[in-house]
Design a protein around this ligand. Structure first.
Ligand code: NAP
Length: 353
């Protein structure tokens, strides 16, 4: 007998923003911690492969999923505490990320404004350490609370334990989340009372200058970020996509220097560790794939880094285009692009390629 919050043979097509057709053998809508405990103690469900789902905005579904998909619907956001220098703001895993950022702004808790309009849930934010316009969730992350399926207990991860890195964390590196051991329940952010705008990214700076704004408010930074994103990035509800499809490559300084002399307009961003970040979107554009389609999928005309489903795409179409783009970039620049979204294979394992 199945608990009433679980359905069998459920379509995931509307639950991934790339709109790939796939089904889950079981799908659970998780609105409480008790429901997770029920799944963990269930004789059949506890033995199945598990996959934790937010809004499916960084996910490529390769095939039907033979286990249980846990769609996190836990809701709550609150001021959890404060000290002399910071507010501690907490949000449950199922909260929509953008709505959470706007709620923090409305309540006078600042810092997350550059991360406005990023699709997805709060619970997914630490997994890939979401980032935009020079700010990462990890800049403010204080603690992650998770349910441990191995023993039914709650585990707290401090920020250092999350091993946050560029668009990555322990949850992504070790695949814990995907293998289904932990379900993130809640994330606490530490937001400084002394706010500093982060406007070093060119697009933000230029727009503020156009409006003659020299010292922007947090709301003005958020508005600016939202305006840029709406212009450049396709709305997944209108044109299915998963945001950036490839990671920006981090290459050795010597390679970046050699490429820069061959391509003087190549954007290069030196990192603290000596590596140099290149813009994957620029490489894709120069390799001839900006705005170009292959079957029902294509690389977006306003942002070459975004792979879009123009209608009825299947996983094989996505694979074919990704391969073609990677080959073209490698042929021209000698650089291997790595996919950014999580690819869920039939077995329940997750792959980066
Ligand atoms: P963009 O302004 O066209 O810039 C291209 C790339 O150059 C960006 O990916 C960015 O790296 C890097 N860059 C630009 N200015 C930089 C600076 N001052 N210092 C260091 N690096 C710089 O980028 P975009 O595509 O419109 O995206 C804008 C921001 O939104 C980026 O931060 C991007 O990561 C984020 N975004 C993320 C996703 C996603 O799905 N993960 C989707 C859309 C946008 P970084 O990416 O490292 O910032």
């Amino acid at each position: 007998m199945l608990p009433d919050f679980i359905v069998q043979k459920a379509s995931l097509a509307a639950r991934n923003t790339l709109a790939l057709a796939a089904r889950a053998e079981f799908l659970a809508s998780i609105e409480s911690r008790e429901q997770l405990a029920t799944v963990a103690a269930h004789p059949l469900l506890s033995r199945l492969p598990r996959f934790i789902l937010g809004e499916g905005s960084n996910l490529v579904l390769a095939a039907d999923f033979p286990g249980i998909v846990l769609k996190m619907e836990l809701k709550e956001r609150k001021l959890a505490g404060e000290d002399d220098s910071c507010y501690y703001v907490s949000a449950a895993a199922g909260e929509n990320w953008h709505e959470f950022t706007q709620w923090t702004l409305q309540h006078g808790f600042f810092g997350l404004e550059n991360l406005s309009l990023i699709p997805g849930t709060v619970g997914a934010a630490p997994i890939q350490n979401i980032g935009a316009y020079g700010v990462e969730a990890g800049d403010f992350l204080h603690e992650v609370e998770a349910f441990d399926f191995a023993n039914g207990e709650i585990r707290f991860f401090s920020a250092p334990e999350c091993k946050l890195a560029y668009r990555s964390s322990i949850f992504k590196q070790e695949g814990w989340h995907l293998c289904g051991r932990y379900a993130i329940l809640r994330v606490v952010f530490r937001l400084p009372k002394q706010w500093q705008p982060r406007t070093e990214y060119g697009d933000i700076r230029k727009r503020l200058e156009l409006r003659s704004i020299r010292t922007p408010t947090p709301q003005q930074v958020a508005e600016t970020v939202m305006a840029i994103r709406r212009e450049k990035l396709p709305d997944p509800l209108k044109l299915p996509n998963v945001g950036s499809f490839f990671q920006n490559p981090l290459v050795a300084a010597e390679l970046a220097a050699a490429l820069s002399s061959a391509y003087p307009d190549l954007p290069v961003y030196p990192q603290q560790d000596g590596k140099v970040k290149l813009a994957a979107g620029w490489l894709i554009e120069k390799a001839g794939w900006k705005g170009r389609n292959l079957g029902p999928v294509g690389m977006h005309e306003a942002q070459a880094l975004v792979l879009v489903n123009r209608g009825g795409a299947r996983f094989a179409d996505v694979q074919n285009l990704a391969r073609a783009v990677r080959e073209a970039v490698f042929a021209r620049f000698g650089i291997h692009l790595e996919p950014e979204p999580i690819v869920v294979l039939q077995t329940g394992a997750a792959h980066g390629d």
